[in-house]
Design a protein around this ligand. Structure first.
Ligand SMILES: *[C@@H]1O[C@H](CO)[C@@H](O)[C@H](O)[C@H]1NC(C)=O
Length: 331
């Protein structure tokens, strides 16, 4: 992908306000845009005459069916919220990875003008020992063009498959965190556009916990620094639409861990506005006290589970999401 190895460096770079590293994702993003346009314009795909096939990169890896995998691997897990006595339900990193891989398989079909001709079923899904995800026994159209209805149908069936897997793994759908619920609803509602496919496969609900810090900093940089400079009206619109307006500072103070950042910031006290909600979230990530980064990231997620999602959704709605480079952060 051209920017492997930037890892932590990119995150720290963004803490210092460096925008130049964002360029690393450029060419790849162009490629994704072209794919989207190809789908929209119904460009004829390469001639493939098979009606039924396994979508399966061949490998020596051991595969098991998703149902038996789910029975042994809880997908929805409960974690303690650092700095409080509460607990929070979130998807395991494996569960989000499986969700994303499945969405990516569909997206890759669609970008070739193809789609599933029979509803995707749980029995079509296989999980590899190293975390790969494959479909078997599915029928794929060879027509080479595609309508939005076919795309919506594919994701609608994926929506049902994921719910079924989560339930099989012992998860109660009522406990889904709000961002993953929104990811599911986006697919289940079936009202999205071709452009929204980028948001589905790159939904922040599917990020591995360890990369959320970097993605927060990337989206923050795009909103506050880049748009602040090039299009202040867009920046304002995004800030206006952020959640937790009324109570974020109370939430921060009520959390014994996060409160340490609130009280240590004496030069510029936090006020109850969306700017400062982002400023606190950035400071916690850029100026770690003595804590393990992953733990503090999880804590921020548990306290404000919709914040990163809202930032992403707003950037998408103003046409600024693709250029953030988010697509590279899912592993
Ligand atoms: C985090 O992002 C990097 C790219 O910066 C990627 O190589 C890595 O696989 C991601 N981590 C996980 C756990 O997916």
């Amino acid at each position: 992908m051209g920017n492997t190895g930037l890892g932590v460096g990119l995150g720290l770079g963004l803490c210092a306000g460096a925008g130049v590293l964002m360029q690393a994702a450029g060419p790849n993003m162009e490629h994704l845009k072209r794919n989207t346009e190809a789908s929209v314009n119904r460009v004829v795909a390469p001639q493939r005459q098979h009606n039924t096939e396994d979508i399966d990169e061949s490998s020596a890896e051991e595969l098991r069916d998703a149902m038996s995998y789910a029975k042994e691997n809880p997908m929805l897990i409960q974690v303690p919220v650092l700095g409080t006595a509460r607990k929070f339900w979130r998807l395991s990193d494996k569960a989000t990875r499986i969700s994303r891989k499945l969405a990516l398989i569909l997206r890759s079909l669609h970008s070739n003008g193809r789609y599933l001709t029979a509803p995707l079923k749980v029995s079509n899904v296989f999980i590899g020992s190293s975390g790969s995800v494959k479909l078997r026994g599915v029928s794929v159209s060879a027509k080479g063009f595609i309508s939005i209805e076919r795309v919506r149908d594919d994701y609608k069936h994926l929506f049902k498959v994921l719910i079924s897997l989560i339930q099989t793994s012992g998860g109660d759908i009522a406990n889904l965190p709000p961002d993953y619920r929104e990811f599911l609803m986006l697919m289940g509602r079936g009202t999205f556009t071709m452009q929204d496919e980028f948001l589905i496969v790159n939904h922040v609900a599917l990020l591995p916990m360890e990369n959320r810090t970097e993605v927060f900093l990337m989206l923050h940089d795009r909103i506050v620094n880049y748009l602040g400079r090039t299009d202040p009206a867009k920046k304002k619109r995004i800030l206006r639409n952020l959640p937790y307006k009324k109570d974020w500072l109370d939430t921060a103070r009520a959390n014994a861990e996060i409160n340490q950042w609130v009280v240590s910031n004496v030069q510029k006290e936090y006020r109850r506005n969306p700017n400062d909600l982002l400023r606190l979230n950035r400071n916690v990530r850029c100026h770690p006290h003595e804590y393990n980064n992953d733990d503090i990231e999880e804590t921020l997620y548990c306290e404000w589970p919709e914040l990163l999602m809202a930032m992403e959704k707003m950037l998408h709605s103003v046409g600024e999401l693709v250029d953030t480079g988010i697509a590279n952060k899912f592993g």
